[in-house]
Write a new protein. Structure first.
Length: 285
């Protein structure tokens, strides 16, 4: 039987689920001003909130280079492993291209463009870990993962427009109007890029979340019911429990997982962001 190692970049936001599934993590760079950090290692979302509050600007994330990836992969290939690595969308970062360059040089490394971010990547990672436990080969895991990447439903409702405005993703006038009118935009990853899915009017945000979940579950109605993620940034526990209850009452997912988003979602969307994510291919395998 092949020795297989599943790896992922840190944007998958799996938190303790990385270790529980024997998945090793390769962190992106995060820059707070001129200071360089490693995502999830030397910088946490709380550091980002503090930085934005103090400086009024967003941090920046940056890809690792091919040589960094080569060192990371080589520790496994030298030990006889075949590696299946999962990357944040190629359209969002250079991480995928750098990983591919290292893989081509080393051999025995398969790189999957998740075409997603956050626990959208994580869904593919956990699916791959399931397949590895079932005895699938690295090539089989890679091919199936590439197929499934086309069907990942990754979306979020944003609580504040401040981060989108600071990041240049909406105008000052649009941010002001959205705040005044209590508009909560929802974002959806389409073909590897973040797009605006809908705009919800809500004073408290809870009505927005309920309508968002209703819309998403209705549109993406062929889920693999193995697992669904509730992924969020700095949000009240009672709101998470409300979302969990909604999912239990309205769906048939086997497992509901909660994870806190790391630097990628935090940097772009800010606190109070929440999404439900699942693979929409109707197939447990």
């Amino acid at each position: 039987m092949e020795k297989i190692k599943i790896t992922s970049d840190s944007a998958a936001d799996l938190n303790e689920l990385f270790a529980q599934n024997n998945v090793d993590v390769f962190p992106l760079y995060v820059y707070l001003g001129d200071d360089e950090y490693l995502d999830g290692v030397s910088v946490k979302p709380e550091d980002i909130y503090a930085f934005v509050a103090e400086k009024g600007i967003l941090p920046k994330t940056a890809a690792r280079n091919a040589e960094d990836f080569k060192v990371f992969f080589k520790q496994y290939t030298d030990d006889g492993y075949k590696v299946v690595h999962f990357s944040i969308s190629d359209k969002m970062s250079m991480m995928y291209k750098s990983a591919c360059a290292a893989a081509e040089e080393l051999g025995n490394v398969y790189v999957v463009d998740s075409k997603s971010l956050s626990s959208g990547i994580g869904l593919l990672v956990l699916s791959a870990a399931d397949m590895a436990r079932e005895g699938k080969t690295a090539e089989e895991i890679y091919k199936r993962s590439v197929e499934r990447a086309e069907h990942v439903q990754a979306s979020f409702v944003v609580n504040t427009m401040d981060y989108l405005y600071k990041g240049g993703r909406c105008s000052g006038l649009a941010a002001f109007a959205a705040t005044k009118l209590k508009i909560k935009p929802s974002l959806l990853v389409v073909d590897g890029e973040i797009t605006v899915y809908n705009k919800y009017f809500s004073k408290t945000g809870r009505r927005a979340l309920n309508k968002y979940m209703e819309d998403i579950l209705k549109q993406f109605d062929n889920p693999d019911t193995t697992r669904i993620f509730i992924t969020h940034t700095q949000i009240d526990d009672e709101v998470v429990e409300m979302v969990r209850s909604y999912i239990k009452e309205n769906t048939k997912f086997d497992t509901i997982l909660e994870t806190v988003a790391g630097s990628t979602i935090t940097s772009h969307c800010g606190p109070g962001t929440l999404g439900i994510l699942y693979i929409n291919d109707g197939n447990h395998k």
